[in-house]
Design a protein around this ligand. Structure first.
Ligand SMILES: [Mn+2]
Length: 411
């Protein structure tokens, strides 16, 4: 069997609206806005440099329908770089760029081959004795087990299945083209190039089943190093390695503060925790969420001066590294136990809010409100799983903290 190598990427989400980073510095925010495209250009550059034999993209090239042709022009330009180097690209449509979702087109170069959407298709690379099998999504939702209808392997060849799927479920990713590892194994292929899940995961090793994750974190839920996978096959032996191409990174630190810590101590605590991140940054600009929790007598003062505290925490980050920017200061603080001053029978707001914060009805009502707001958001933000950038738990907690501050003001 000939030796060869290929790149397996997925979930480029080109054109994804930028979300959840209230960076006040426009120049810094612009780096994050451009990051997804830069990451893909970097990956194409690596494909050329490493002289890979082909390039796979397992769905969700585009985040949704194009506003205009800009994103199509960008993708075409990158595909043309690969074509000039003789590198073919095999791709399929996922839930975000299903055939019914994308209404605009730009003619792509001849090296780009798209798998059909109504049924699985196969491509044979004769020189390499490699057979590729794939099926794209016709509609945004694909409820059928697509893997089961993939064709039998070509005997004696290296067979690769390409599929956009949530497997048996990968929260918080929506369930699409559900299938089990056993379903994949039953096809008798040598490698499964999956897409949809945005975290890198080697799901199985016999055969190899991999989610490469997305190329660039787009919000605080997509943290850590991002990239694609380089697969090398030599004398029938398969090796794989990650190619990290992200341009900027998201990270989070959770700090528990105690009642004895004053402002200086809290900010030192932040610095100390952030220090541990520097190695993980690998030189990338980093958007950091700092979550402060614990019991502190400063509770009221912090909530009342939220903006000042946000800036002080960002300043602490910059004392550690100039490229760490605060994505958000998330507060989950509690005041020390209630003073006995609360009169018998008086409404104890804190008690009341604490009792209701985890109430299922409150969560349902909050979800309904988010949906109502989502449809009015610009730029397709409403189509996101979490259009306000944070989960319901965090939003309810913030509302609770806000009410507590107001309540204190009325004392
Ligand atoms: Mn997807």
């Amino acid at each position: 069997m000939p030796s060869f190598s290929f790149i397996h990427a997925a979930d480029l989400h080109l054109g994804s609206p930028f979300q959840g980073l209230a960076l006040k510095d426009a120049a810094i925010a612009a780096i994050f806005v451009e990051a997804s495209r830069k990451a893909f250009s970097t990956l194409v550059g690596l494909a050329i440099e490493k002289r890979v034999d082909f390039f796979l993209i397992a769905g969700d090239v585009y985040d949704g329908d194009w506003k205009d042709n800009k994103i199509g022009l960008f993708f075409n330009r990158e595909m043309a770089r690969l074509e000039r180097e003789g590198i073919p690209v095999f791709l399929l449509r996922g839930n975000h760029d299903a055939a019914s979702v994308i209404t605009k087109t730009i003619t792509l170069p001849d090296n780009v081959h798209e798998f059909p959407t109504g049924k699985p298709g196969s491509v044979k690379l004769d020189g390499l004795k490699v057979a590729l099998h794939g099926q794209g999504f016709a509609e945004r939702s694909a409820n059928d087990n697509l893997a089961l209808t993939y064709p039998a392997p070509v005997a004696g060849w290296f067979n690769i299945g390409i599929l956009h799927t949530s497997l048996t479920g990968r929260e918080p990713h929506a369930p699409y083209a559900p299938c089990s590892i056993e379903d994949l194994r039953s096809r008798g292929y040598d490698y499964w190039a999956l897409g949809h899940v945005h975290d890198y995961e080697v799901v199985a090793s016999d055969p190899l089943v991999i989610f490469p994750g997305n190329l660039q974190g787009r919000n605080i839920r997509e943290r850590g190093a991002k990239g694609a996978v380089l697969v090398t096959v030599e004398d029938g032996r398969i090796a794989h390695e990650r190619l990290i191409v992200d341009e900027a990174r998201f990270a989070q630190v959770d700090l528990n503060i105690g009642p004895e810590q004053d402002q200086t101590a809290i900010l030192r605590h932040v610095e100390h925790a952030v220090q541990a991140l520097v190695e993980d940054m690998e030189g990338r600009m980093t958007a950091l969420r700092v979550r402060l929790s614990g019991v502190t007598p400063l509770h009221g003062a912090i909530l009342a001066n939220r903006q000042q505290w946000r800036d002080e925490v960002e300043a602490a980050c910059h004392r550690v590294h100039e490229d760490i920017w605060l994505e958000k200061l998330e507060l989950r603080l509690e005041p020390p136990a209630a003073s006995p001053a609360v009169a018998e029978g008086a409404l104890d707001l804190r008690q009341l809010l604490a009792e209701h914060a985890s109430d299922a009805d409150i969560a349902a009502e909050a979800n309904r409100l988010v949906e109502e707001i989502a449809v009015r958001l610009p730029g397709g933000l409403g189509a996101n799983e979490q259009p306000l950038g944070d989960g319901i738990d965090t939003l309810i907690e913030e509302a609770r903290q806000l009410l507590m501050t107001r309540g204190q003001g009325a004392d």
